[in-house]
Write a protein that binds this ligand. Structure first.
Ligand SMILES: Nc1ncnc2c1ncn2[C@@H]1O[C@H](COP(=O)(O)OP(=O)(O)O)[C@@H](O)[C@H]1O
Ligand SMILES: [Mg+2]
Length: 363
């Protein structure tokens, strides 16, 4: 996640032992959005072969697809969850493409009124896929309309007012719902139960991300060598969306400052200039850890407090920043709040004092 550093102008990262550059803030966000629009469509994988990683999930899906073809029934409803940028939307598109059906894409906040969800269900054709992003944000009414549609392919329409209300049972075409969410835990039980397959998307390995990067580079006509791809991969927060953003930024840098080809040295320089350190942390990640360490003695501290201090909303902290910091073992979640781990101290080059005020050894 590359974001503007406006919120932490006053943070310098002195003493960082990680090679994190002391870099100035820049407004990266607007540029990123432009990039997303222009390139995202071209580099989005369309087949299982192009879709890198997530091999366990891909295997499960291939078998399910095959079985539903043999039985001549629509695919079970699927729920994908995991942090943003790991490929949930992309995978839904791949599935539709592999089955050879149309996909209608919407998101829960767009389904506010009953008629929104009814309209979209009625407009589906047999076998089609309905993709609902951020499905944990679906409201109760929409959910209740969805239950019988998912289970038995009908909806109950009510007509008339107060005393003369009539309910009509209307069939909807057999469809497959694919839901995506960053928060599986926020889904209601009854909704969750109606999915045949619930699967978490995993963070990507460096090798997988290097493949993503090389594939995108080819499509975008960017020259990059293996070590250049690995360097970007290792700083991409284990997330393909970020890898794709960084490759474009690095390519721009290589073109302006060098001959255009991305090598490890150039990738390092470019990413340093974007304030992305050797673990892939950006200024906000580091500011979050530093805040816990310097202002709260390493924690625990509540996410609400962090949110106010950083000027980031709670959801962004929980969905975007924390999963990767947790995965890297830099942050720990306790029932009293967030705690910076020894590793976080080490990464930021800050001395870790144990409970007795002794300098703790890093292990
Ligand atoms: N498995 C993958 N292989 C190659 N590229 C991927 C993969 N998953 C995601 N991407 C790339 O990352 C970007 C973000 O993926 P997306 O599906 O939008 O993530 P999510 O819906 O989980 O937030 C896409 O544009 C796509 O090009
Ligand atoms: Mg998505």
């Amino acid at each position: 996640m590359i974001i503007s550093d406006d919120n932490n102008k006053n943070n310098n990262h002195k003493g960082a032992s990680n090679g994190a550059p002391k870099c100035k803030s820049q407004d990266l966000e607007t540029k990123e959005l432009e990039f997303d629009k222009t390139y995202e469509k071209n580099i989005r994988p369309k087949t299982f072969d192009e879709y890198i990683g997530q091999s366990a999930l891909k295997e499960t899906l291939k078998i399910t697809i095959e079985a539903s073809k043999k039985r001549n029934i629509p695919l079970d409803h699927l729920l994908f969850y995991g942090p943003p940028g790991l490929g949930k939307t992309t995978l839904a598109g791949v599935i539709a493409n592999e089955i050879g059906v149309n996909i209608k894409i919407t998101s829960a906040p767009a389904l506010e009124r009953p008629r929104d969800i009814i309209g979209i269900l009625m407009s589906l054709k047999g076998g089609e896929i309905l993709f609902i992003d951020e499905i944990h944000r679906l409201n109760k009414v929409a959910e209740e309309i969805l239950y019988p549609a998912m289970e038995d392919f009908f909806i109950d329409l009510t007509t008339g007012k107060s005393q003369s209300v009539k309910t009509m049972r209307v069939p909807v075409p057999k469809f497959t719902l694919i839901g995506a969410t960053t928060k599986a835990g926020a889904l209601s039980g009854p909704l969750r139960d109606r999915f045949g397959i619930i699967h978490r998307l995993e963070f990507y390995t460096i090798d997988e991300l290097a493949q993503v990067i090389k594939r995108s580079a080819k499509i975008l006509n960017i020259k990059i060598d293996d070590n250049g791809a690995k360097e970007i991969a290792s700083r991409s927060r284990a997330t393909p969306r970020i890898a794709n953003r960084l490759i474009k930024r690095t390519a721009d840098y290589a073109l302006v400052k060098y001959d255009g080809k991305i090598t490890q040295k150039i990738a390092k320089e470019a990413l340093d200039s974007l304030c992305i350190d050797n673990l892939g942390l950006d200024n906000t990640d580091r500011a979050l850890l530093e805040l816990i360490i310097k202002n709260y003695d390493g924690g625990p501290v509540g996410v609400e407090t962090l949110s106010v201090a950083l000027g980031e909303d709670i959801r962004t902290i929980e969905d975007v920043y924390e999963p990767f910091l947790l995965q890297k073992g830099l942050l720990a979640r306790t029932n009293r709040g967030r705690r910076a781990t020894k590793l976080a101290y080490q990464h930021l080059g800050i001395k870790y004092l144990d409970q007795n005020g002794q300098i703790g050894l890093f292990d």
